[in-house]
Design a protein around this ligand. Structure first.
Ligand SMILES: Nc1ncnc2c1ncn2[C@@H]1O[C@H](COP(=O)(O)OP(=O)(O)OP(=O)(O)O)[C@@H](O)[C@H]1O
Length: 237
């Protein structure tokens, strides 16, 4: 599903050059729920943005669904993002003037789906995500956790091949975080949704199939969550 080879990302800041990624290679299979973790500044968001076609590497190669994304021009990249990828950000990024229902079907509308189809898809996904009783609410009438669930519904409405989430629980308390992570896990298991999520909270690891840890722009560990995290999770659940 995702193959990245020797990715580097250098930010040229005039007098200072920041090496945000220093040769990252990885493969992510369809249906995996992968956490990207590491200390602040280790390159997590930079890596997510490169894999999600929100930024371009300085060097290196990315294949998404078998396509070498270097061959895509800007228009094709935009279409690829819209049709095949989904995103959830820490600040929810809902359009404040729109209702829950409108926020979710906006993506299908932009994509050019017919009105009947996007309305049906919206209702289906909101029902699945447990928000069908909030259709006409605006963002300020929802809790942070509910807003993030709407953002997840919006990202899922086009059935993306890969769902990218950048610190989706950063603004949530631990109970709302758990609800949101449970939802990601449910989507991952029931719909075989490939999910790549950036997080810096150790306890989130219990949700991931695989944890990639970055340090100073390099992968220092890649594998299943550590046993002690899983044991603790069983104890407190
Ligand atoms: N647009 C940018 N311009 C210049 N430097 C940047 C830019 N974006 C990130 N960096 C730098 O690249 C490095 C990696 O940043 P990145 O945001 O990927 O880290 P992170 O692990 O996601 O951090 P955090 O957990 O704090 O969000 C940092 O040193 C950061 O200051």
């Amino acid at each position: 599903m995702i193959i990245a080879e020797n990715l580097t990302r250098v930010y040229d800041m005039g007098k200072v050059t920041v090496h945000a990624l220093r040769g990252v290679s990885l493969t992510i299979q369809k249906g995996e729920f992968v956490g990207i973790m590491g200390a602040s500044g280790s390159g997590k968001s930079t890596l997510l943005h490169l894999l999600g076609l929100l930024d371009r590497p300085t060097e290196g190669k990315i294949l998404l669904g078998g396509i070498d994304v270097r061959t895509l021009d800007e228009r094709q990249r935009t279409r690829f993002r819209l049709k095949r990828l989904g995103y959830v950000f820490q600040d929810y990024a809902l359009v404040p003037e729109l209702t829950v229902e409108e926020n979710v079907y906006l993506t299908s509308m932009i994509r050019g789906t017919s009105k009947e189809e996007y309305q049906a898809q919206t209702l289906q996904i909101l029902d699945r995500i447990g928000l069908s009783d909030r259709l006409t609410h605006k963002h300020n009438e929802l809790s942070g956790g509910q807003q993030q669930r709407v953002a997840i519904a919006r990202a899922m409405v086009n059935k993306p091949e890969i769902l990218f989430a950048d610190e989706p629980c950063a603004n949530l308390d631990s109970e709302s975080s758990r609800n949101v992570l449970d939802l990601f896990k449910q989507i991952n298991k029931e719909m075989a949704q490939t999910i790549v999520m950036v997080s810096h909270e150790d306890w989130h690891m219990e949700y991931f199939d695989r944890v990639i840890i970055l340090r100073d722009g390099k992968i220092v560990s890649d594998g299943p969550p550590p046993e002690e995290i899983l044991e603790k999770a069983c104890k407190y659940k």
